[in-house]
Design a protein around this ligand. Structure first.
Ligand SMILES: C[S@@+](CC[C@H](N)C(=O)[O-])C[C@H]1O[C@@H](n2cnc3c(N)ncnc32)[C@H](O)[C@@H]1O
Length: 491
């Protein structure tokens, strides 16, 4: 039995083993001849190695190594970091198969990451430091293939939308003659909220001008790669901001959306407004007071600004004075302690900044990093708020009460001459709904996330020119995209 700590460490290192049917499918496709040399760069308990005798694995988890050796006694298994080994080895392989560790950039730090990114860069794949580990793993693996070699891997569904998947797919198209992605709607790993797809690449040393994309409802064992694929030309893929996700839509819906987006009756949100993030205090519970606390401390009104603390508190249409009154009557902690740089502080505020809560807040990372620690930067009054994590509809809410907001919601500041009412009308259209699904991206558990740069791409009808009646084709597209993010399904 693993201790809680061991299992936490293993989670951090992306230790999720592949279901046997999936491993078998990938190996059966990758290995064409019994003498083919196969590499699994992160072999875990060796379940890929156990499927082929001429196999080599690398693994850094000492807990997994004995299992790998027991399961595949014929295999050569190297202990340690794959990138270090990859830089030094002269060995070359006919094929590779496996499931790379999925460690997000916040946790994937230090020497190993540096070495990985440098190695990929030498081979023409330039990943930023915001890349998750799996993408550089795949590039580094490909560099150990013989000419004509192939690889088959489990990949997170983020390959369909993440910014860091762009250098990966560009590299694969530039170095393999066939690149195939199988998008699988149902979960491949039970107990993991992450969706997984499959990536196959053949003919190392060649290149291609398109990516093959196949959609499957659920995983099915198949030692052949599917022949029912859509040919996504790189030109088309780049036009869709180098994302495969929009290609999950049927062609007719995708073309209609693009026609509308490129036509004269629509605008991109980024053309009429600036979308940004709310402020970061570093110590939310200290900086947000309840009316009763503010009164007890004697803090003057001019140092208190009503704030939207999170998307869940947003009403449907507008944050009005009545909304704020209701929050205050319920004694909600919504009053931001808002102190301007260089502002003269009355004694009540000075006292408040000397309480034990203040001493504790001062130690928070963000507070330590700024001077003075109690001046929260980037506090703006936006024209509207935009939810950035949503279940069903994405809320776009007018800010009639001139509140501020934390970084749990986005701020929308309109360009001159644009009215919030007009944007809100456009927001209720079929086009805007589909656009949220196409331009945003799924998070585990059915949620849709919209980063500010994604929100800027949202397509809205220009209400002066366009019809707002529901458009069946677009609504159908929204439904399809919601199925891909499992909205409303039990997780
Ligand atoms: C998703 S698991 C896959 C294991 C196995 N291939 C499978 O699919 O069942 C990823 C593995 O990568 C290993 N790993 C993480 N970072 C590594 C590194 N830098 N070098 C080698 N292995 C690493 C983890 O310990 C983990 O066993």
């Amino acid at each position: 039995m693993l201790s809680l700590m061991q299992s936490e460490v293993r989670k951090q290192n992306g230790v999720y083993y592949t279901p046997e049917g999936v491993a078998a499918s990938l190996v059966r496709w990758a290995v064409r001849h019994p003498t083919d040399r196969m590499l699994d760069p992160s072999c875990g308990d060796g379940r890929f190695l156990a499927l082929h005798r001429e196999s080599t694995g690398v693994e850094q988890d000492s807990y997994a190594l004995p299992k790998a050796t027991a399961g595949a006694p014929w295999a050569t298994i190297h202990r340690g970091d794959f990138f270090t080994w990859a830089e030094r080895t002269n060995q070359r392989f006919d094929c590779a198969a496996g499931n790379p560790p999925f460690i997000r950039y916040q946790r994937w730090t230090g020497d190993i990451r540096q070495r990985a990114l440098a190695l990929c860069s030498r081979h023409g794949a330039n990943f930023s430091s915001l890349s998750s580990s799996w993408a550089p793993f795949l590039v580094a693996t490909s560099t150990l293939l013989k000419k004509g070699g192939r690889m088959a891997f489990v990949v997170p569904a983020e390959i369909g939308h993440a910014t860091y998947a762009v250098p990966l797919l560009e590299y694969f198209a530039g170095n393999f003659s066939v690149v195939l992605v199988i998008a699988i709607q149902d979960r491949v790993f039970s107990g993991l909220s992450e969706d997984c797809w499959l990536l196959y690449a053949d003919g190392f040393g060649g290149s291609t001008d398109h990516i093959r994309l196949t959609q499957r409802q659920s995983f099915c064992y198949d030692p052949q790669v599917p022949q029912d694929f859509e040919r996504v030309s790189l030109t088309d893929w780049r036009h869709w901001r180098s994302r495969l996700r929009p290609f999950l839509l049927p062609g007719a819906i995708r073309s209609f959306y693009r026609e509308l987006a490129d036509g004269p009756t629509t605008v991109r949100l980024g053309d009429v407004a600036r979308v940004g993030i709310g402020y970061v205090t570093g110590a939310n519970s200290f900086f947000h007071l309840r009316p009763s606390e503010a009164e007890r401390a004697g803090i003057p009104q001019r140092f208190l600004h009503p704030s939207v603390r999170n998307g869940g508190t947003l009403p449907r249409a507008a944050v009005t004075h009545a909304t704020v009154r209701a929050w205050l009557n319920q004694d909600k902690p919504v009053l931001l302690l808002r102190i301007g740089d260089g502002q003269t502080l009355p004694s009540a505020v000075v006292r408040h900044l000397q309480t034990s809560e203040a001493t504790q807040a001062k130690q928070a990372y963000k507070c330590r990093m700024r001077d003075p620690w109690y001046v929260v930067p980037d506090v703006h009054v936006p024209d509207a708020f935009l939810a950035y994590m949503s279940g069903h509809e994405v809320a776009f809410v007018a800010n009639s009460a001139k509140c501020v907001c934390t970084n749990s919601v986005h701020t929308v500041r309109l360009n001159n001459g644009v009215s919030v009412e007009a944007l809100r009308r456009g927001w209720s259209s079929s086009l805007a709904r589909l656009s949220c699904e196409v331009e945003g991206h799924p998070l585990g558990g059915g949620l849709l996330k919209l980063e500010p740069r994604e929100a800027a791409n949202l397509v809205l009808p220009n209400v002066r020119k366009a019809e707002l009646r529901p458009l069946r084709l677009l609504d159908e597209g929204t439904e399809i995209m919601r199925q891909w993010r499992h909205y409303g399904q039990r997780t």
